[in-house]
Design a protein around this ligand. Sequence first.
Ligand SMILES: *Cc1c(COP(=O)(O)O)cnc(C)c1O
Length: 401
Amino acid sequence: MTTAVRPQLHYLHDVLEELKAQHLYQKLPILSGEQKPVTVVNGREVVNLSSNNYLGLAAHPKLKRASIEAIRKFGAGTGAVRTIAGTMTIHMELEEQIARFKQTEAAVVFQSGFTANAGTVSAVLNKEDLIISDELNHASIIDGCRLSKATIKVYKHCDVEDCERICKETENWPGRKLLITDGVFSMDGDIAPLDKLCDLAEKYNCIMMVDDAHSSGVLGRGGRGTVDHYNCHGRVDIQVGTLSKAIGSMGGYVCGSRDLIDFLYHRARPFLFSTSHPPAVIGACQAAFTMLEGAEGERLVKKLWSNTKFFKRGLKRLGFDTGVSATPITPIMVGDAAKAHEFSRALFEEGIFAQAIGYPTVPQGKARLRTIVTAAHKRKDLEKALEVIGRIGKQMGIVQA
Ligand SMILES: *Cc1c(COP(=O)(O)O)cnc(C)c1O
């Protein structure tokens, strides 16, 4: 039995009703098994094109074994924040492993990519400072910028000229300056012009920061990210990544100089005030990086790209607009949000799980299905997906019959 609800939050009900009227209300899709390329969502078996599980590691036997082993040795939880009593040897080992992978002096693990961004930007800058930020940067960067109380100036998406215009205008800014970008943009799948942004950061004396949430495990040698992809080693002061996407578990990390990491140990609020990762998570991440450092990781990254190319070519051949994507994130542009949701629902009925994304996650009129293939997809899964997407797309007039 539940208790009676007080009226103070009744306005939330009105908001939800409004979302329903606008067809923006969404029930959570529920998986009844592991995160896999073919899985059961809301009771239906589907080809899953909606996860960020790039390398198929989320349900990989090696990660599961490593998690169980870590639980056996270190228990179910850590019982404290990192700075008090919540740092175990495995936390330190993982950080060393990540730093080695990214070729930086040091790394620190956060509870999520979200807290890594928000905690780092807000710790490194304060209200006298300036942030120069891409207009499509991730919400966690935006929140970090706001928390820092620094002045925020936004340049047009991936527009180096517009970025330089702001750099010039603020050349004599009295405080520090941070130039910040996503490495790969999560809704469009395009790659930031990191080399050119590094040029600007050098020319105008900005701290350079990149969020490689969607590029680690995807771009660069063995998935080392955009810094490696552009050979910008030594030119980016702060590299953020996530353990929740290609790495297959959960968490985030920051890589950079020993001083940066030491400073974050002392000043990053999520690090100081939120309990550390349980051993199961750390064990899984260690196993994932061990794979990435070896031949197996290279093979998985190659497979991810061959699947990506196969799927993108198929969509183009069918006549779909896949926007500006250059990575495994492949939007199927629809335009109208209601139509995108209808397309997604129709695909689901036929066993294809591709979520529709509309405003406010993407701009008005730019609704789309967001698809991601993984290294774990089989060709026959992708062939089935292309067949169904093509057929329904034609029926709905999204592409020409
Ligand atoms: C997903 C994402 C994050 C957040 O990572 P989590 O580990 O899921 O919190 C941060 N930045 C970008 C660009 C992302 O796409």
